[in-house]
Design a protein around this ligand. Structure first.
Ligand code: GLU
Length: 472
């Protein structure tokens, strides 16, 4: 793992961008404009913690205004700094472009360790941060829409919405000022598992490609593949769940304090409950402890899923990785140096800014739900069910045969919100995977899938800028 503190995450994103830009024909000025962060907000505010005043540092970066609103999560971590937030905001721009979600990229963060505060204190910090964003017009359903990220979840999103509606009373579309909300506050079903599910859909699509599988020396399909997941947060937990349910063997789960290994496969929910009880995933019954998370990354497996933080695989540990596919569920888990090692070694890196786009895709569905003020499926569910029942009735009458109860239930079922969200996400991930692979195949000089993904993203954002016209 990297110990190089001079490492710039934003610099790494720029490097990957430049590597891809040579495969496009855009005006250098347009490329320069795409790379830059359009607006950066760095704020300090005081919050009373106990009987002391603490100065909190926070950020919101809007990387691109080529489409509005801007979109991206809010991170609570001591590692949050300007360079990190800029990099994550830029990744959001490319991510949204690749999956055809009509937003510009943004990201926010507060430099705190959320574990050190009580729920009441966290609420105070989150609400004050939201007020600071409102003051500068850095939040709103048409300007900039935050979401959960590392260290935040539904609870924080509900506080953000409540602060926004309190300060902006009467705004009819206020619920669309933030996504990842609880269902009762305008959230959408399926948002919580969306990123992990998107990772699964993306990798499943790649594992269906005979040429790619042949090159990697793997059999087609997910069933039977061995998987290692680093990070048992929301993204890692759900990725592990969907891979296990599809017949993969999750042999190792890693967290910051070490990992657990079982070659017969682990159940993420059981490991999660064990962690809840004991405070650590270590000593999970029937499994072997691995001393460090970094060591777990280097174990034998078919698919390695880093689902925690950036910069965990660099030029130093990349030569030791044994996986055939690296599925970037986290944002920026690999450095550009690691990329070069994997190109050399013929290991397929499936890049973050497309593979983990499930979160923002379903955020888009949530935002649309908020603007339309109606739950998905409400209007058509019964209509479809009645129509299908009628069709089955007619079929039975004409053939004098009965459709089985199980089949009848399946055919009659009208789509609910969760069905539509999953279907929209599946379609999005399949289309994006194929767009990137087609771009890669069309230009064999492109060295890796990340570069192909950047080419796709650059072409879309640049087209948007070009068609927008630049202010004379
Ligand atoms: N934080 C997530 C990401 O990095 C989701 C962002 C969103 O839903 O806006 O993609």
């Amino acid at each position: 793992m990297s110990t190089n503190h001079a490492y710039s995450f934003f610099g790494a994103v720029e490097k990957s961008f430049d590597k891809a830009a040579v495969f496009t024909n855009w005006d250098p000025g347009i490329l320069q404009q795409i790379k830059k962060c359009n607006a950066v907000y760095n704020v300090h505010f005081p919050v009373k913690i106990g009987d002391q005043v603490e100065v909190i540092e926070a950020f919101r970066v809007q990387h691109s205004h080529h489409k509005t609103p801007c979109k991206g999560g809010i991170r609570f971590s001591t590692a949050v700094n300007l360079d990190e937030v800029m990099a994550l905001a830029a990744l959001m721009t490319y991510k949204c472009a690749i999956v055809n979600v009509p937003f510009g990229g943004a990201k926010g963060g507060i430099t705190i360790d959320p574990k050190k505060y009580t729920v009441y204190e966290l609420e105070k910090i989150t609400r004050r941060y939201t007020s600071e964003l409102i003051k500068k017009n850095f939040i709103g359903p048409g300007t900039d829409v935050p979401a959960p990220d590392y260290g935040t979840g539904e609870r924080e999103m509900a506080w953000i919405l409540d602060t926004y509606t309190t300060m902006r009373p009467g705004e009819i579309d206020a619920a669309g000022c933030v996504t990842g909300k609880p269902i009762s506050q305008g959230g959408v079903r399926g948002r919580k598992e969306a990123t992990g599910l998107g990772v699964f859909y993306g990798i499943r699509e790649i594992c269906k490609m005979p040429d790619i599988m042949k090159k990697l020396g793997l059999k087609e399909g997910i069933a039977g593949k061995t998987v290692i997941v680093q990070g048992l947060g929301n993204v890692g937990y759900h990725a592990a769940k969907f891979f296990r349910e599809a017949g993969a063997k999750v042999v190792c789960l890693a967290e910051h304090d070490g990992a657990v290994y079982n070659d017969a496969g682990l159940n993420e929910e059981e490991v999660f409950q064990h962690k809840k009880r004991t405070g650590s995933i270590l000593n999970f019954p029937g499994s072997k402890n691995i001393a460090s998370s970094a060591e777990a990354l280097e174990l034998e497996c078919d698919i390695l899923i880093p689902a925690a933080l950036e910069n965990v695989i660099d030029g130093t540990n990349a030569p030791n990785i044994k996986a055939k596919i690296i599925a970037e569920a986290a944002n920026g888990p690999l450095t550009p140096e690691a990329d070069e090692v994997f190109i050399e070694r013929g290991i397929l890196v499936v890049p973050d800014m497309y593979l983990n786009a499930g979160g923002v895709t379903v955020s888009y569905f949530e935002w649309l739900k908020n603007l339309s003020h109606v739950r998905y499926g409400r209007m058509e569910k019964r209509f479809t069910e009645n129509l299908n029942a009628h069709i089955i009735g007619q079929l039975e009458e004409l053939t004098s045969k009965k459709v089985s109860i199980k089949e009848k239930e399946f055919i009659m079922h009208g789509a609910d919100e969760i069905d539509l969200v999953y279907s929209g996400l599946e379609e999005t991930m399949i289309t994006a995977t194929n767009e990137i692979m087609d771009c890669w195949k069309a230009n064999p000089n492109i060295p890796d899938m990340r570069t192909a993904a950047y080419v796709v993203a650059i072409n879309k954002v640049a087209t948007s800028y070009a068609e927008l016209g630049i202010f004379p």
